[in-house]
Design a protein around this ligand. Structure first.
Ligand code: PEP
Length: 246
């Protein structure tokens, strides 16, 4: 597997109306964010996916959804299938984000089913894993993440269609980040437990990635990209993170 470029995805969460999403996308295109040697993805809220995808056409920046149904179609009120996301212009989808796990009680087997459905529809998956407790010892943290991966990684996962996002839950939106040693150590542990079919897969870090800490995090061994949330909501700060990855 040839070395894949660094991967930076912005999780916009439930922020912004379609017009605001389009304006942010336009600013990223104007700054050439998709042409910096980094694979760049933005993950807007559902109603902004198609308008943002149209705005980004030909820019080198891809669009991802923040969740998908494990089902192809049917009587599942409120759900959206991976095929529908693909038709809206998505190339990627986040599954297993801690906010879905917490707010919607999603467990590893559901995450695995969502991942399978996403791959079947031709979407690439950003699979989030991470521990909740900031004080967890290294060995226990590695074990928590290993179990999440063992139970949520779909049989369809390959290096080319799957990115693993290590996101310590306590670091998300808190302004706190683990030490460089903790990030490197956990990424190494994740790499060590991936099956051979994921050789070369990117393992990215998420949790309070900002312009001022991005370069330090992105240069760590086995950190192949980033998943910023808050800092992806402004073109200027998201661009700085992309540039730090380039
Ligand atoms: C996230 O949305 O996954 C995230 C890491 O958010 P933040 O960068 O705001 O901590």
């Amino acid at each position: 597997m040839p070395t894949l470029p660094k991967f930076v995805a912005g999780n916009w969460k439930m922020h912004g109306l379609p017009e605001e999403g389009r304006a942010l996308a336009r600013a990223l295109v104007q700054a050439g964010a998709g042409k910096k040697g980094v694979e760049v993805v933005v993950c807007p809220p559902l109603t902004s996916l198609a308008p943002v995808a149209r705005e980004l056409a030909g820019s080198g920046i891809a669009v991802g959804a923040q969740d998908c149904s494990p089902q192809d179609q049917g009587a599942y009120t409120g759900d959206v299938s991976a095929r529908m996301l693909k038709a809206a212009g998505c190339g990627h989808v986040i599954v297993g984000h801690s906010e879905r796990r917490d707010c919607h009680h999603e467990g590893d087997s559901l995450v695995c089913a969502k991942m399978t459905a996403a791959h079947k529809a031709g979407l690439s998956v950003i699979l989030c894993v991470g521990e909740k407790d900031p004080k967890m010892e290294n060995e226990l943290r590695n074990e928590v993440v290993r179990i999440q991966l063992a139970n949520s990684l779909a049989a369809s996962a390959r290096a080319g269609n799957t990115v693993i996002a290590y996101e310590p839950v306590w670091a998300i939106g808190s302004g706190l980040t683990p030490t460089a040693e903790q990030i490197s150590g956990t990424h190494r542990a994740i790499r060590a437990c991936l099956p051979p079919r994921l050789d070369g897969a990117r393992i990215i870090y998420g949790g309070s990635v900002k312009p001022d800490n991005a370069a330090g995090i992105l240069r760590l061994q086995d950190v192949n990209g980033a998943l910023p949330g808050g800092a992806s909501l402004k073109a200027e700060s998201f661009l700085k993170i992309i540039e730090a990855a380039g």
